[in-house]
Write a protein that binds this ligand. Structure first.
Ligand code: NDP
Ligand code: GDR
Length: 370
């Protein structure tokens, strides 16, 4: 039985990847940070009682900022594959926590690679590094591929640039099977609530259910190449199954503005929007609401701009060229953007129908504007 070790197992990708690897017969080990709450909501469906026999899903406390526990866990597990997904993954927040981001996203990658080397596992253990389209940052004007040069535009992207190159360097210096997946934005119902897509789909559900009036966003002009996380974890797995270690871009090849994502998400609940105003004065109002299940008023202002969501340096456009992954890995995404939007809005409607029930029964409802 193959053993995989996943850092960032409690995150969006960690949860889908763990599920995929379990379905393929792997024993899956995950590194979980100690927190004051359980923080395992995304993987509770996979939990197995450690007292049972033949348990194939195991969690270990650890942190990418601590080499000692990384070495200990890798020594204990002796994994065939490591997927390094753990990161401070929010671009905007990385401007507020630049040093921590460098420690975890940059040096954290080195800690994994060096642990494998020190433990003499270079022949046995394959390593996947969660690299990102944010590496391209300021490279604009054409589709970005494995050969496009990098120009990071945030502390997050700069930290990930170190992670990218140290992975390449360990591959070349020590002949390790270590690969970068350069993944473009991927989303799902498990996406963190402060990333823009999930923030939008949550707001759409809550506005449709009468739990919230409007949502505040930042830059509506930025363009992103959005795919579904379920498709992207398949690519991670495939990248580690090749004969030779190589780096791959994973993307859909289609880019869409944040504004159009908003339009598509509201359309899922029968609401058509009109945008007016410019810059910080831009807003969206309802021009029609066709679904009687979601009685949103015509004329209601549902979106305003809050400049605190702007970034000191923005990445205007991301558009990936996934040709290499499609030809060499045989990777093909199953979800397009409309299917992704539908999946996310449907899941958030289910989630917040429960809140609506609480509200109509007189219980307090939390406000989610972040
Ligand atoms: P999430 O933010 O959902 O998950 C990040 C995971 O990393 C969480 O499990 C988090 O733990 C963990 N983590 C954070 N800090 C540490 C630390 N110091 N030590 C150990 N673990 C830590 O991210 P995604 O699942 O969306 O992304 C997975 C990876 O892929 C990340 O590295 C991200 O940067 C990268 N990436 C993501 C893309 C996307 O569009 N989703 C695109 C390209 C790359 P906790 O739950 O405790 O916070
Ligand atoms: P990104 O994702 O920065 O691309 O990083 P995010 O969803 O945060 O932003 C996408 C774009 O939307 C604009 N935006 C807003 N963003 C947020 N979070 N909140 C808002 O209110 C808002 N309004 C507009 C942003 O300015 C940006 O242009 C994600 C992360 O998963 C990274 O870890 C990963 O590496 C990259 O995708 C690829």
């Amino acid at each position: 039985m193959k053993k995989a070790l996943i850092t960032g197992i409690t995150g969006q990708d960690g949860a889908y990847l763990a599920e995929l690897l379990l379905s393929k017969g792997y024993e899956v080990h995950g590194i979980k940070r100690r927190s004051s709450l359980f923080n395992t909501q995304r993987i509770d469906n996979l939990y197995e009682d450690p007292h049972d026999k033949n348990v194939r899903f195991k969690l270990h406390y650890g942190d990418l900022s601590d080499s000692t526990n990384i070495i200990r866990i890798i020594q204990e597990v002796q994994p065939d594959e490591i997927y390094n997904l753990g990161a401070m993954s929010h671009v905007r927040v990385s401007f507020d926590e630049p040093e921590y981001t460098a420690q975890v996203d940059g040096i954290g990658t080195l800690r994994i690679l060096e642990a494998v080397r020190l433990l003499g596992l270079t022949e046995k253990t394959r390593i996947y590094q969660a690299s990102t389209s944010e590496l391209y940052g300021g490279v604009q004007g054409h589709a970005q591929s494995e050969t496009t040069p990098f120009y990071p535009r945030s502390p997050y992207a700069v930290a990930k640039l170190y992670g990218y190159w140290i992975t390449v360097n360990y591959r070349e210096a020590y002949n390790m099977y270590a690969c970068n997946g350069i993944l473009f934005n991927h989303e799902s119902p498990l996406r963190g609530e402060t990333f823009v897509t999930r923030k939008i789909t949550r707001a759409v559900a809550r506005i449709a259910l009468g739990l919230q009036d409007k949502v505040y966003l930042g830059n509506l002009d930025s363009l992103r190449d959005w795919g579904h996380a379920k498709d992207y974890v398949e690519a991670m797995y495939l990248i580690l199954q090749q004969e030779q270690p190589e780096d791959f871009v994973i993307a859909t090849g289609i880019t869409t503005s944040v504004r159009d994502f908003v339009r598509m998400a509201f359309a899922e609940v029968g609401v058509e929007l009109a945008f007016d105003g410019e810059g910080v004065d831009e807003r969206a109002v309802v021009v029609s609401a066709s679904n009687p299940a979601y009685p949103v008023s015509v004329g209601q202002e549902v979106l305003c701009i809050d400049p605190r969501y702007f970034r000191p340096t923005e990445v205007d456009l991301l558009l990936g060229d996934p040709t290499k992954a499609m030809t060499k890995l045989g990777w093909q995404p199953k979800y397009d953007l409309p299917a992704l939007v539908k999946d996310m809005v449907t899941a958030d409607l289910d989630l917040f129908t429960r809140d609506q029930l609480l509200a109509t029964n007189g219980h307090a409802v939390l406000n989610y504007f972040e």
